[in-house]
Design a binder for this molecule. Structure first.
Ligand code: URA
Length: 429
């Protein structure tokens, strides 16, 4: 005799038939799924019904709250400084978290970044930072709080305690064709970010071949949905929609991206990485109530000081030589002209095949594998000049990486226009 207040089949059929679920049904189904009282196949059917029929704004806000309620919610309100965080929906060469956290923290804001490992061709911030000898993201909540008080910036591995319903549901969606749903993506991301305890949040919603969202309209819809969810939970949330049709910066791969981030913190680095870092920092500072131009602390070394403290506080050596992979191979331009296209997805898959990413959660990554770009769209190139250099510890991986790059770039006559920041969704509070 079951003591459950609802029947999973009734919840599934309600959503299947296009009816809105009640608050009580939503609370129950997510809690029961997390406890194991709703079976994987039942949740798979419900996820597909949500995928096909969507959710009302009210259902979505409740669904997100119910996901948060399955775990702990961190609280940094006692720190005596504002908190702000950034979340990117993921892209190729997206190392922005690395310079951004210390930059914003250098203005007295606490930046409690909880990050994951990469799966597939988008890299994870933890994988990048783990290429620094000694660095660890395995921190307890107390260690995280202490580092936020003393240094301001922290990057910690998201523990199992935050939104455990999402952990199960995301794995299930991955194998049931239900990832690409705006309500399911937005509740998944926002449940974790809200549970993380930040009071302000800036979203970097990527759009283009290397992103979940290929079309600007869908990216905007996702951004607006997440901004609304943040507001519904008392987190000041704004979003930028940014181009991910070509990689960010000139490096893709863990140690390679750390090296480039350090260049940005030293006042140099590629223009697009600097532009996006400053744009996101400006949004975070504004939402945190700090009136400052973030370019100042990149130029005067304060962001770099904070980076060094952050790395050292987590056991890393900020002066360590990150080294180079054992093998490298250039990819030459085939004609004189302008690089008109360099496809984010092709480069991302190639870097992944070189060992920079993993196919399964438990796979190791090569810290030094990846790609260094020598030209970006708009640059003039000459036949034979290297367009990029592939790096790996395993020479046999070059062939498959080169296959991924077939058709991923074009040389022509006209300079392409790239707008990095495509749109902005302001906060609702
Ligand atoms: N990232 C998440 O955390 N969840 C999604 O559903 C998609 C991207």
């Amino acid at each position: 005799m079951t003591t459950e207040p609802f029947d999973a089949v009734q919840v599934i059929t309600a959503k299947r038939d296009g009816r809105a679920l009640s608050d009580a049904q939503i609370d129950w189904v997510l809690d029961a799924y997390t406890r194991g009282a709703v079976a994987e196949e039942q949740m798979a059917a419900l996820a597909m019904a949500v995928f096909l029929n969507g959710m009302t704004p009210g259902e979505l806000a409740r669904w997100t709250a119910a996901m948060i309620a399955t775990g702990e919610r961190l609280d940094f309100s006692g720190l005596g400084k504002p908190t702000a965080d950034k979340h990117s929906t993921g892209g190729i060469g997206d190392k922005i978290t690395l310079p951004l956290g210390p930059l914003v923290a250098s203005y007295g804001v606490a930046v409690p970044q909880l990050s994951g490992r990469g799966l597939g061709y988008t890299g994870g911030t933890l994988d990048k930072l783990e290429s620094i000898p000694g660095w660890s993201g395995a921190l307890s909540n107390d260690q995280m709080r202490r580092q936020l008080a003393e240094v301001g910036a922290v990057v910690a591995q998201a523990g199992a305690g935050l939104a455990p319903a999402d952990r199960k549901l995301y794995s299930l969606r991955d194998v049931t064709g239900t990832v690409d749903s705006i309500p399911l993506i937005s509740s998944s991301i926002m449940s974790k970010k809200i549970a993380e305890g930040t009071s302000a949040l800036v979203l970097d919603v990527k759009c283009g071949t290397g992103a979940f969202m290929r079309e600007p309209e869908r990216a905007k819809q996702l951004a607006e949905t997440m901004v609304g969810l943040g507001a519904a939970h008392g987190v000041k949330t704004a979003a930028l929609i940014t181009d991910m049709s070509t990689p960010l910066g000139l490096t893709v791969g863990n140690a390679l991206e750390v090296r480039e981030s350090v260049e940005v913190l030293a006042g140099g680095g590629p223009a697009d990485v600097v532009e996006l870092t400053l744009a996101l920092a400006a949004e975070m500072l504004r939402l945190a109530g700090v009136d400052a131009d973030p370019a100042a602390n990149l130029a005067n070394g304060k962001a770099m000081d904070c980076w060094r403290k952050m790395v050292a506080a987590q056991g890393g050596d900020p002066d360590a030589d990150l080294g180079w992979a054992r093998e490298s191979q250039d990819v030459p331009a085939t004609a004189d002209g302008v690089l008109t296209r360099l496809d984010a997805l092709g480069v991302g898959v190639a870097a992944w095949r070189l060992g920079a990413g993993r196919a399964r959660k438990e796979d190791p990554v090569q810290a030094r594998a990846g790609i260094v770009l020598h030209a970006k769209p708009g640059d003039h190139v000459r036949a034979g000049q290297p367009l990029m250099t592939l790096h790996t510890d395993t020479a046999e991986l070059f062939a498959r990486a080169l296959e991924a790059l077939e058709g991923a770039w074009e040389i022509g006559a006209e300079e392409p226009q790239r707008q990095l920041i495509l749109d902005r969704v302001p906060e609702q509070l």
